[in-house]
Design a protein around this ligand. Structure first.
Ligand SMILES: Cc1ncc(COP(=O)(O)O)c(C=O)c1O
Length: 485
């Protein structure tokens, strides 16, 4: 008996025994998923998860596998019907992208290749480099600028702050530098996304390091006050780490005056970071781009492809003007990760030198596929359409005496409320309207408190949303509001 036959376990693996059966399963799953995509708009936006399903999802770890057929059957029963709903045309809550049909194909390539994009010499690294280059060109960053795909804007901003801190202090390798960081301050508006405060906690600066500057009537940072605050802080011996401007605040979609922030940041050699989580990609829409021109002067920009970029979740992006500054913050590899003159380790660009993660997924695949399939112009047109739909909703709200607009519509977010009849508590009523819309599966807007007033918040991000969806939401808000009086 040969040595290998004596050890049959060494010949087993987790691949299918019957590849033809596997092929049939994949084709059948593809049919199910395509049917689901095609008919999504006819189904409820969101479906409450029954307790029985939740219970089924708390079972203990399977010791013996049930096989792919049974696992697929369970996935179809327990998981697929209870989605977040963001691909649906009447999902308007928060700022979540709808994805595209091509995203499924890109995901198939991504998972089949199963690349680790932390480094080494393979196509995925070049695809990410190409996506970053496309973005640098789009935002008019210099030819030697750098970037990294991240899980989202929260992580991109966290990385940007580490890079800005390294530029100021170098790596925190001794107590003096750690002490010096307690004098650092970061400046942004009261409308900044909560991920900034979290990032400051994580990098050890703490919430107190964030100077929150009030906003004007349009929700933009008060630049004069920001300048005064920074100058006073510097006179007190504090050191500005970064100014953070927002392109598309999460509450009402305001755009800070980035040119003015850039002028001041340049004058005082302060790092300018832009949180453009959803708004930055509006640069693709010719009618909006002129308002965003200041972004090209930033030191770093964070934004998401999974929002207005329509890539499937998750994919954020960090662009950094200086490749040197970017590398200085994160470069450094153990000997088992050393580059080589030849072979798989011969790459000159290792993404693990540009961020905290070593193992990284092939997020660039979906962005590359999306831009190849549709092109930048079509994405820009879809962003422009979202803004037109927001303007339509604003007009419909203005025409209806029982509805009240609660914030200026600047890009794609509409905040309004039902205020018909006499009611003690309009906040409770509007919260009820939103819950009803979601629970009945009609639409999924979200709520937000604006100066204590609860608004129904509709964010137009999804490329599938049409004028009829806008009208349907307004009609349903009126009906539910009227019937709740
Ligand atoms: C303005 C802004 N910044 C940051 C974020 C966080 O982005 P992500 O969820 O991709 O981490 C969001 C999310 O909605 C946002 O709207």
């Amino acid at each position: 008996m040969s040595e290998d036959k004596a050890n049959p376990d060494l010949d087993t693996n987790l691949d299918p025994d019957d590849w033809d059966a596997y092929r049939a399963q994949v084709h059948s799953l593809a049919d199910t998923l395509v049917d689901r995509m095609m008919t999504m708009g006819e189904k409820p936006v969101w479906t409450q998860i029954p307790d029985s399903i939740k219970a089924a999802l708390t079972s203990s770890i399977p010791q013996e596998g049930v096989g792919a057929d049974a696992a697929l059957a369970e996935a179809k029963e327990l998981i697929l019907p209870y989605a977040n709903g963001n691909p649906h045309p009447r999902f308007m809550g928060w700022v979540q992208g709808g994805g595209t049909s091509g995203g499924m194909m890109a995901a198939m390539i991504e998972s089949t290749m199963n690349n680790n994009v932390g480094g080494r010499e393979h196509a995925a690294v070049y695809v990410e480099k190409q996506v970053i280059r496309w973005m640098c060109d789009l935002f008019e960053f210099p030819g030697d600028a750098s970037g990294l795909l991240t899980s989202g804007t929260s992580m991109a901003t966290l990385n940007a702050l580490v890079i800005a801190r390294t530029r100021l202090l170098g790596k925190l390798t001794d107590g003096e530098k750690v002490k010096a960081q307690s004098n650092l301050r970061v400046y942004g508006s009261t409308a900044m996304h909560s991920s900034l405060a979290k990032a400051l906690e994580i990098i050890g600066l703490g919430a107190h390091s964030f100077r929150q500057i009030t906003t004007d009537a349009m929700g933009r940072v008060d630049v004069g006050l920001l300048q005064k605050t920074i100058i006073a802080d510097m006179e007190d011996g504090l050191k500005p780490l970064a100014i953070v401007g927002t392109v598309g605040t999460v509450d009402i979609g305001a755009v800070d005056d980035i040119e003015a922030l850039a002028d001041f940041a340049q004058q005082h050699d302060i790092w300018l970071h832009i949180d453009g989580a959803f708004g930055a990609l509006a640069i693709l829409a010719p009618e909006i781009a002129p308002r965003l021109s200041g972004m090209k002067r930033a030191d770093s920009i964070a934004f998401d492809f999974h929002k207005w970029g329509q890539a499937t979740y998750v994919c954020g992006c960090l662009l950094v003007r200086s490749d040197d500054a970017h590398r200085a913050a994160f470069a450094g590899r153990a000997s088992y990760l050393a580059g080589a003159a030849r072979g798989l380790a011969s790459a000159d660009h290792w993404y693990c030198d540009y961020g905290p993660e070593l193992s990284r997924s092939f997020k660039a695949m979906k962005v590359w596929f999306l831009l190849k399939e549709h092109g930048a112009k079509a994405l820009g047109a879809s962003i422009g359409k979202s803004c037109k739909l927001a303007a339509l909703m604003e007009t419909l709200v203005a025409k209806e005496a029982k509805l009240e607009l609660l914030a200026p519509v600047q890009m794609n977010i509409v905040c309004f409320r039902y205020s018909g009849g006499s009611r003690d508590n309009f906040n409770a009523l509007n919260s009820h309207i939103v819950a009803e819309l979601q629970e009945r599966g009609i639409a999924a807007p979200s709520t937000i408190l604006l100066d204590g007033v609860l608004a129904i918040r509709c964010c137009f991000i999804n490329h599938r949303t049409n004028a009829s969806d806008v009208r349907a939401v307004i009609k349903a808000v009126l009906e539910i509001g009227d019937n709740s009086l």
